[in-house]
Write a protein that binds this ligand. Structure first.
Ligand SMILES: [Zn+2]
Length: 98
């Protein structure tokens, strides 16, 4: 998420979040449910619906996108997930000599 948006995030803001432990998963819909500001640091608690189960995440800005998704914002996690899966490496064919 853009630093500006992160600093000004408010409870109730809708966001899209990467699951830090499962980066290969699709972005999850979340709602900002807690904002802690200590000095110049902002921590944001996000409630996500994970297949019907509510989970709390405390991500860093790198894992959070504003909604609707800004296609101009670069994100290595999204880029990686959008990349086509490389074909499986073929083991070299062994020539059998008799
Ligand atoms: Zn992303």
């Amino acid at each position: 998420m853009l630093r500006f948006a992160w600093r000004w995030a408010q409870v109730g803001d809708r966001v899209l979040v990467h699951d830090r432990e499962h980066l290969e998963r699709d972005l999850m819909n979340g709602v900002v449910a807690a904002v802690k500001r200590v000095n110049h640091d902002t921590s944001i608690g996000i409630k996500v619906d994970d297949n019907g189960e509510t989970r709390w995440l405390w991500p860093t800005p790198l894992f959070v996108h504003p909604t609707p998704l800004d296609q101009n914002e670069s994100c290595w996690i999204c880029d990686e997930n959008a990349a086509p899966t490389p074909p499986p490496t073929l083991s070299p064919t062994k020539e059998v000599t008799v």
